[in-house]
Write a protein that binds this ligand. Structure first.
Ligand SMILES: [Zn+2]
Ligand SMILES: [Zn+2]
Length: 243
């Protein structure tokens, strides 16, 4: 494949990873806003393993701790405590520091025990990433495959995640009084996660868009899963009256 296909593939991979992170790690596991069938659970885990190498227990524990201590001492990645640019540039460092703390896992993710799939495959994050990269090189050719993988890593780790954790607690619009902010524009590319002020106000709502002109891409995927009877909402979506 020509090299120019690499950025397009990288953008597609980042969107897939962002949607899987939002629907599965965030809304299904961390906040229990919906329940999904075991087959969908396995698909999400495989997708996240190949595109991010993330451990679901670690992600859920760090995120629940963020909600428990939002912008106070104990928040793993607060731009109000650490400064915006530190979180924007070093988000992955702050995430890993908390993810490796066994106390955090014990306290905030006691409900997520490693199962057989974790023990055999998904706890080996580097193996997932390596397999994902090999698959990319196989499909696109070595040069375009490596470039696509590198760009995807940069976009997911260096751009999208810090935009949610950094900018999402720094500047934007608000529907509710809390320390998080909405960005309607960014929400289009972060799987709806940039409607972060809405999310902190109603953490268990499966839908993050609550007003007209707010769009939550991950909610569209959830609607499809619910319509196909592959998922069920455990909480109704929160809707705000028109202003
Ligand atoms: Zn937050
Ligand atoms: Zn959350």
């Amino acid at each position: 494949m020509p090299l120019w296909t690499a950025p397009l593939v990288a953008i597609a991979l980042t969107q897939i990873a962002a949607l899987a992170t939002s629907v599965y790690l965030h809304r299904t596991l961390a906040h229990r806003a919906l329940a999904i069938r075991p087959v969908v659970d396995a698909v999400f885990r495989a997708v996240l393993w190949l595109t991010t190498g993330q451990d679901r227990r670690q992600w859920v524990a760090v995120h629940r701790k963020h909600h428990a201590f939002t912008d106070c001492a104990g928040d793993p990645h607060s731009p109000r405590l650490l400064g915006l640019w530190r979180v924007q540039l070093l988000n992955v460092y702050y995430y890993m520091r908390e993810a490796r703390n066994p106390e955090t896992l014990k306290t905030f993710a006691p409900d997520l025990k490693p199962d057989l799939l974790d023990r055999v495959f998904f706890s080996r994050g580097m193996l997932g990433l390596a397999l994902g990269l090999v698959a990319l090189c196989f499909v696109l050719g070595p040069a375009a495959g490596l470039l696509a993988g590198g760009l995807h890593a940069l976009l997911y780790v260096g751009v999208l995640a810090p935009l949610i954790n950094g900018l999402g607690h720094w500047r934007g619009s608000q529907n509710f009084e809390n320390t998080a902010y909405n960005s309607r524009l960014m929400a289009w590319v972060t799987g709806g996660e940039s409607l972060h002020n809405n999310h902190h106000a109603h953490a268990r709502s499966p839908k993050f868009s609550m007003r007209r002109w707010e769009f939550d891409p991950a909610w569209q995927l959830i609607r499809v899963l619910v319509a196909a009877r592959l998922a069920a909402l455990l909480r109704p979506p929160v809707r705000l009256p028109a202003r």
